[in-house]
Design a protein around this ligand. Structure first.
Ligand SMILES: NC(=O)c1ccc[n+]([C@@H]2O[C@H](COP(=O)([O-])OP(=O)(O)OC[C@H]3O[C@@H](n4cnc5c(N)ncnc54)[C@H](O)[C@@H]3O)[C@@H](O)[C@H]2O)c1
Length: 371
């Protein structure tokens, strides 16, 4: 049987030539052999960014629903190990490639029944450092996917599509809670951190235009701080960073005064909402906030993490300028108004913060033991 490490090497060695070969003939290089029992496969879903944190959970969910799943990921921030639990599933296919390859997008979009577009440049720290990559990664692939979904519309097939957007599109709107029709209030273009929210907003405009002008059944989900097992702290995500530090007994570094608030939702609750929205025809052409509306200060989060993990770690404070750069601007509050998604699909984020912290700590402990 393949182990993940072997697979990555082989894929990397052959990625250029393999990318040009029609998918059906790619054979064993990309398709994991499976010991799983056969089940009736109803539809095929494409997940871009499926080796990432949210995408890998979504892939597991769709497979457990009896779907066939194709994941495309270039492993820029994701990891093949995120797919370890499903790599042998007979209905699962993994392609290591970038979704900015038009011939690949054309080929994949022509054969699937659903598209979940999650691939993006992600993480505040990464975005502050690499704005060119953020803008290019977040806009061009979305354009390609929508263009080829448009071609399927021309051929008479309306393929439902989910586009993963972000609470960052609200920018620094000063409202207490944000609802989907609120204004997007970005900072100056000299501050690179806004390039993430603006690039996702452009994607939203394009997706909604494909719905309005062409009738494409695309739904936009704005995620608010999704957390859970497999999220990496490497690109600035706060919860895995805190839990990792607490487990090691290192200081938990809180940015600014720590009084800024966020709402954290477990990835399982979020992907349930994503799948339900895609399967709800009335949701097409609309934007939905997805997340929890229970806010906590970042300092409060650090204290809760230390308590749940039973750690002796201390809390240290760091300015945004030291953490990122002088131009960095943060958002003090970020709370979604969930009225629309509650009315549409009865959504509630079920898992509470303590349970979420425990699940992340369990995951990090077991990964440390595995390494
Ligand atoms: N996690 C959150 O709290 C959150 C919040 C708001 C929005 N989002 C959005 O959700 C989506 C998933 O985020 P995540 O948290 O799972 O992050 P992630 O970094 O784990 O997942 C993104 C995945 O996309 C892949 N990728 C990036 N560019 C690619 C390309 N050109 N071709 C192929 N693969 C590519 C990465 O390797 C990675 O696996 C993203 O679109 C992100 O903007 C996430």
């Amino acid at each position: 049987m393949w182990c993940v490490g072997e697979l990555i090497i082989r894929l990397k060695d052959h990625s250029d030539s393999l990318r040009r070969i029609p998918l059906a003939s790619r054979g064993g290089a990309f398709i994991f052999p499976s010991p799983f029992e056969s089940q009736i496969v109803t539809k095929t879903s494409l997940i871009t960014g499926g080796a990432g944190f949210i995408g890998s959970h979504l892939a597991e969910k769709l497979l457990s629903n009896g779907e066939r799943v194709i994941v495309v990921d270039d492993l820029s921030t994701g990891a093949a190990s995120n797919l370890a639990g499903i790599r042998d599933h007979e209905s699962f296919e993994y392609i290591e490639a970038s979704i900015d390859d038009e011939s690949l997008v054309e080929e994949l979009v022509s054969k699937v029944d659903r598209v979940y577009h999650l691939a993006a440049a992600v993480g505040v720290a990464l975005i502050a450092k690499q704005p060119i990559q953020t803008i290019e990664r977040n806009i061009y692939p979305t354009q390609l996917i929508l263009r080829h979904l448009g071609k399927r519309l021309d051929a008479g097939k309306a393929i439902p599509c989910f586009f993963a957007s972000t609470s960052e599109v609200y920018g620094k709107n000063p409202k207490e809670t944000w609802c989907e029709e609120d204004d997007l209030v970005f900072g100056a273009t000299t501050k690179p951190r806004w390039s993430y929210g603006v690039s996702k907003a452009i994607d939203e405009f394009l997706a909604l235009a494909f719905h309005k002008e062409r009738g494409l059944p695309v739904v936009v989900g704005r995620f608010f701080n999704v957390v859970g097992p497999r999220q990496t702290g490497a690109y600035g995500m706060v919860l895995p960073r805190f839990v990792q530090a607490a487990l090691r007994g290192d200081p938990l570094v809180v940015h600014d005064d720590g009084k800024q608030t966020r709402c954290f939702a477990h990835v399982d609750d979020v992907i349930q909402a994503v799948v339900t929205l895609v399967e709800t025809p009335e949701a097409a052409g609309r934007v939905y906030n997805i997340g929890s509306d229970q806010d906590v200060t970042i300092l409060g989060l650090a204290q809760r993490v230390i308590e749940r993990v039973g750690s002796s770690s201390k809390i240290e404070f760091q300015s945004y300028a030291a953490a990122y750069d002088q131009s960095f601007e943060d958002i003090r509050r970020r709370i979604p108004d969930l009225t629309r998604i509650r009315e549409a699909i009865g959504f509630e984020a079920i898992q509470n913060l303590d349970g979420i912290i425990d699940s992340v700590a369990d995951y990090l402990r077991s990964s440390a033991n595995a390494n």
